[in-house]
Design a protein around this ligand. Sequence first.
Ligand SMILES: NC(=O)c1ccc[n+]([C@@H]2O[C@H](COP(=O)([O-])OP(=O)(O)OC[C@H]3O[C@@H](n4cnc5c(N)ncnc54)[C@H](O)[C@@H]3O)[C@@H](O)[C@H]2O)c1
Length: 405
Amino acid sequence: MNICIIGQGYVGLPISIKAASAGHKVYGLDTDSLKIEQLKIGISTSPEVTKDQILMLQKSNQINFVTELVDDLSIEVFVIAVPTPLNEHREPELKMLKNACLTIAKFIESECLIINESTSYIGTLRNFIYPLIEENSSAKNLKYAVAPERIDPGNNVWHLENTPRIVSGLDQIAIDLAIKFYSTFCTRVYQVEKPEIAEAAKLIENTFRQVNIALVNELSEVASKFNFSLHDAINAAATKPFGFMPFYPSIGVGGHCIPIDPAYLSYSARLVGVESKFIDLANATNLAMPAKIVSRIESQLSYKISGMKIQIAGIAYKTGISDIRESPALELIRVLESRGSQITYHDPLVSNWKHLYSEPLRTDIDLGIIVTPHAQIDFSIWKESGTKVIDLSLSSNDYGWPKFL
Ligand SMILES: NC(=O)c1ccc[n+]([C@@H]2O[C@H](COP(=O)([O-])OP(=O)(O)OC[C@H]3O[C@@H](n4cnc5c(N)ncnc54)[C@H](O)[C@@H]3O)[C@@H](O)[C@H]2O)c1
């Protein structure tokens, strides 16, 4: 089939590569011309995709990276994979989704299938995408499906092919066409009755994590006051062979999913007049963690951090990737700076953020804080120099989890 994947980021690029490898002819569309230029020379935007894959599929003309579509490409399937962030009120910001729909409306031909993979509120396919494209296109008999992306960039076990793909659509023909498409590169496709179920499933998955992480983050305050390690308590609870799933406290949640999707679920609830206090509380609890942790660091050190030279190791939201969206490290930096600390950071995958540029690990600092210990960071210089270090990461390493958290 001729496919157009709109958005070539963490979600869209792996889909483009898998679809092209499965034999489809793929147009990888992105409005970011720099990204497209980079993709053309094999620079990947995703840890799932290698330079060799990109170059090989372009050479065989199986994939074309473009900033604009032209007429007469005979595209049979459009897949939407554009960002769906939050606005300043932490409500859905669907400008990019709207623009993607308008692009589809301009180039779509009759009988085509449109699939939304972008995460959005419940009812987006039926009440936003469908009317927008229908109002702006003269094409007839279009089919609409939804297949929310569940990829976890950098996860070596669960990836696009073996993570079950939830699929639904506005009618059975759309569902069947979407199943046919995903079956060419996914091992399991799971059909649900209505698009709203698929949209809700995606939001529920990530809200489940947000709520459980918020619970242990709240408990970390209790453990801190009682002066015991919450990790030890959670590990003890996890010896129960049923009915318990361990989550661990942290500085908060980051990326384009866990901090954002619950806000989309909460928005969905408000659309139908339901107040989702529980979800909103989880969001607020996790957002408050960097400030709480700074206060705990101050009480642990028994002196104010004002004037201290602090270096943060790793500011991306998780190890192995360069994505800083919603990263709690950024809020940590903001809080530390507002309390008078002098901040530098080291992150081999993030060259700069606002006024700061990544610098090598330093030893002329009062405190090092490990947030995201990428495998590429060599901590030996801190270890050998005896630099005071607090490790806020969830990974087990030589520094261990600070008991006061
Ligand atoms: N990142 C993840 O781990 C992840 C996982 C599952 C689902 N999602 C969801 O997938 C969607 C995409 O997220 P992402 O992380 O891939 O974002 P991203 O920022 O990595 O990539 C999106 C790309 O879309 C491009 N774009 C924006 N508007 C466009 C338009 N009108 N036409 C063409 N290109 C356009 C941007 O330039 C960008 O390159 C979001 O809804 C997100 O919630 C993300």
